[in-house]
Design a protein around this ligand. Structure first.
Ligand code: ADP
Length: 323
């Protein structure tokens, strides 16, 4: 192998830069040239790629986001769009592609592989919904951002005897909400994996009030059937029955930004390096993830189009701890 390309795709995640740096430097150590593709699959279809040397990826380890840029690219979902991307890869003499991204990005990577092009995925999304990786690059940092906000909201909620609905990201996956709820000591957690009953939630908040709690904090996943806005609309019709006054905070994109923490830098570095190792061993069509404390390779055929389930024991634990 002489030349590989690396891209970041889908939602950006803190630690993507650390993964790019690891791919570039371990690729160079293999004696390969590494090209960086700009704007994910969008740039790939237009052949936007530049050589990356060891110095080009200096000083990025500690930066959030992705220096290569990311995009969502509807064209890549079509055969025509992907053919165009393959032509661009071949015309640049690229022999293998590393795709750093989440669920959609790895579905795209699988399609590239099915068209006969060597590809390896690196598990990176703050949603943590990828089969083949217990934890993905970016989750830990995003969780810490959510937690800091929750801790702050709790103090003001207690001072005023209020209930807060705090909406966190995660798309269709409740992982961030559940973990933020447990680590932040929430009174309730609302996730897409469990059908929301707003009446039962109102009762839970009222019970917390009756038990003498000074606040009620509910962590809501953005992808839940009742997100924070819908719940607020529902409760505002009759807020008194909650016991508490209600406030809503939607954390949104603030969870994606900022410097990756130590865990994400180390995870990204190890997964990026492992992607290059995998290609050097002739592996392709696999996702590089983290399972039971070590690097694990899973065929993209088992990853694409699937979503990792939430741990039901943790869901049950969140309920018990809310007492
Ligand atoms: P993430 O990787 O963070 O889950 P998306 O779901 O938005 O982000 O996917 C990123 C990009 O991956 C999409 O914009 C599209 O270009 C590509 N993609 C997603 N699903 C598929 C698919 N089934 N086939 C081909 N490409 C896909």
């Amino acid at each position: 192998m002489k030349r590989i390309a690396v891209l970041t795709s889908g939602g950006d995640a803190p630690g993507m830069n650390a993964a790019i740096r690891a791919v570039v430097r371990t690729g160079i150590a293999q004696g390969w040239e590494v090209l960086g593709v700009r704007r994910g699959y969008a740039g790939l279809t237009y052949g936007e790629m530049v050589p990356l040397g060891a110095r080009d990826v200096g000083g990025i380890l500690q930066l959030g986001g992705t220096i290569l840029g990311s995009a969502r690219c509807p064209e890549f979902r079509t055969e025509l769009g992907r053919q165009r991307a393959l032509r661009a890869l071949r015309s640049h003499g690229v022999e293998a592609l590393v795709v750093i991204g989440g669920n959609g990005s790895q579905a795209g990577a699988y399609e590239v592989f099915r068209m006969g092009f060597p590809v390896v995925g690196v598990a990176s999304t703050i949603d943590n919904d990828l089969v083949g990786s217990e934890i993905t690059i970016g989750v830990d940092t995003a969780l810490n951002v959510a937690l800091e906000a929750i801790d702050r909201l709790k103090t003001t909620a207690s001072s005023h005897g209020r209930a807060f609905l705090v909406e966190v990201m995660g798309r269709d996956c409740g992982y961030l909400a559940l973990m933020a709820g447990i680590a932040g000591g929430a009174e309730a957690v609302v996730v897409p994996e469990v059908e929301t009953d707003p009446e039962a939630l109102a009762q839970e908040m009222h019970d917390a009030y009756e038990r003498g709690k000074s606040h009620a904090l509910v962590v809501v996943a953005e992808g839940a059937s009742y997100n924070a806005s819908r719940l607020a609309d529902y409760f505002h019709a009759n807020e008194k029955r909650l016991g508490f006054e209600l406030r809503v905070t939607i954390l949104g994109h603030v969870q994606r930004g900022g410097a990756p923490g130590a865990f994400d830098r180390l995870l990204a570095t190890q997964l990026g390096a492992a992607a290059v190792d995998a290609l050097a061993r002739g592996e392709q069509g696999v996702l590089v993830g983290w399972v039971r404390g070590e690097v694990a390779l899973t065929p993209l055929s088992e990853v694409a189009g699937r979503a990792k389930a939430l741990d039901p024991q943790l869901l049950a634990l969140a309920q018990v701890l809310a007492r």
